[in-house]
Design a protein around this ligand. Structure first.
Ligand code: ADP
Ligand code: MG
Length: 348
C-alpha cells in the first residue's frame, strides 16, 4: 500500500515539530527517513501510525484517509528500538498476543506464527522467554509480531540501534531479504547513514522537521540538494571549498562553494603542476587510508589506497575529479546546477 502525507503539521508541547510536510511513499518501497537526533523522524512515524494527534494535514494509507483513524485500523505494524516484549510470555505467545486479543481463530494463529517464525528463523526458539534470547533474537520476535498481523505497511523506529555492530549488520541483511520476500511497504527511521544507504530503495533526508531531499541512495549521495544533505552522507564528510566558478570568458566568477567527496581526490607526487597540499594526518582504515590535507588553508580529506606511502609533512599534488563535484550557493547553501569545470579555490 502506498502512504501519502500532505501538508502535515504536528505540535509537541505547544511547539511545532513538523510543518507542511509532504511525503509520498510508493507501494512496496523501502523508504528510509534519515536525519540527526531530534529532527522529527519518530514524530512523523508516530503520526503515520496514529499514535499522536496531528495539527493539520492528512495521512492516506492505501488511498484511504486515516488521519483520524485508530492505530489498529491502519493496516500497519510498528517495530520500536526497545523490543517491548512481554517478559512472562514465551516467543510463540508474544508473537500471537495481538491475534489472540483480536479473537483470530486458533488454527489461523498457529499457521501465521509458524510462517513468521520460519521467515525470521525463530522456529527453534518458540518456547523460550525473552530473557533467554539475544538482543537480535528479541528484535526478530518484535518484527514477528508485526508480521503475524499481516501488516501492509511496516514502520520501524531505529530497530537496530540497541544491537552490537555485528548483529546490526546481520539483521540489516535479514530485513532487506524480508522486504524482498514480503513486498510490503516499509518506512524505516534511522540516524545511521550506513543503514539508510544499504536498506533504502529511497531515502528521505530530514532536518529540523523538514524533508530536505528524497531520492535513491545513489542520487542523494551523488547529487545532494544542499550542503546539509551533502555533509550528512559520506564518511569522512564531503569537502567544502570556497572560491569561484568562472562563467566563461573574461567575466568575473560567481562566488560558490565546491563540494567534493574524499574519494574524488587523487594524490600525486608534488611538482606536477597540480595544486599542492601538505599532509597533516594519515588515518589507516585497513582497506584504505584517509589522508588529511592542508591545501592553502583549506582542510581536505582524501581517500587513498592503503599503500602506506603517505607521511605527515609530505607535500603532494592534488587532482580533483571535478565532473563528480557539486557546486553550492554560499548564501542559500542550495545546490547550483553549474559545472565545476572552471572552479578556482580562494587562497587563504
Ligand atoms: N512529548 C514531547 N513534548 C515536547 N517536545 C517533544 C516531545 N516529543 C518530542 N519532542 C520534540 O520534538 C522534536 C522531534 O523529536 P523526535 O521526533 O523524537 O526526533 P527524532 O526521532 O528525529 O530524534 C525534538 O525537538 C523533541 O525535543
Ligand atoms: Mg526518534
Amino acid at each position: 500500500m502506498n502512504v501519502n502525507i500532505q501538508q502535515l503539521a504536528v505540535h509537541m508541547g505547544g511547539t511545532p515539530v513538523l510543518e507542511k510536510l509532504d511525503l509520498d511513499v510508493v507501494d512496496g518501497e523501502f523508504l528510509v527517513l534519515l536525519g540527526p537526533s531530534g529532527c522529527g523522524k519518530s514524530t512523523l512515524l508516530h503520526a503515520i501510525a496514529g499514535l499522536i494527534d496531528v495539527e493539520a494535514g492528512a495521512v492516506h494509507i492505501g488511498g484511504r484517509d486515516v488521519t483520524w483513524a485508530d492505530p489498529k485500523d491502519r493496516a500497519i505494524g510498528m517495530v520500536f528500538q526497545s523490543y517491548a516484549l512481554y517478559p512472562t510470555m514465551n516467543v510463540e505467545r508474544n508473537m500471537s498476543f495481538g491475534l489472540r486479543v483480536a479473537g483470530t481463530p486458533k488454527a489461523e494463529i498457529t499457521q501465521r506464527v509458524a510462517r513468521a517464525a520460519k521467515m525470521l528463523q525463530l522456529e527453534a526458539l518458540l518456547a523460550r522467554k525473552p530473557a533467554q534470547l539475544s538482543g537480535g533474537q528479541r528484535q526478530r520476535v518484535a518484527i514477528g509480531r508485526a508480521l503475524v498481523r499481516e501488516a501492509q505497511v511496516f514502520l520501524f523506529d531505529e530497530p537496530l540501534s540497541n544491537l552490537d555492530a555485528k548483529l546490526r549488520t546481520e539483521l540489516r541483511r535479514e530485513l532487506k531479504a524480508l522486504h524482498r520476500e514480503l513486498g510490503a511497504t516499509m518506512i524505516y527511521v534511522t540516524h545511521d547513514q550506513v543503514e539508510a544507504m544499504t536498506l533504502a530503495t529511497r531515502v528521505a533526508v530530514m532536518r529540523g522537521g523538514r524533508i530536505q531531499q528524497v531520492g535513491t541512495p545513489g542520487e542523494v549521495y551523488a547529487r545532494p540538494a544542499n550542503m546539509f544533505v551533502a555533509g550528512f552522507l559520506g564518511s569522512p564528510s564531503m569537502n567544502f571549498i570556497d572560491g569561484e566558478v568562472s562563467a566563461g570568458g573574461a567575466e568575473p566568477g560567481l562566488q560558490a562553494i565546491l563540494g567534493i567527496r574524499p574519494e574524488h581526490l587523487a594524490l600525486h607526487a608534488a611538482g606536477g603542476g597540480r595544486p599542492e597540499a601538505e599532509i597533516t594526518l594519515v588515518e589507516a582504515m585497513g582497506a584504505h587510508e584517509v589522508v588529511w590535507l592542508d591545501l592553502q588553508g583549506h582542510r581536505l580529506a582524501a581517500i587513498a589506497p592503503a599503500a602506506g606511502t603517505h607521511q605527515i609533512g609530505d607535500r603532494v599534488g592534488v587532482q580533483m575529479d571535478l565532473d563528480r563535484a557539486s557546486v553550492f550557493d554560499p548564501v542559500s547553501q542550495e545546490r547550483i546546477d553549474l559545472r565545476a569545470g572552471a572552479f578556482r579555490h580562494r587562497t587563504r
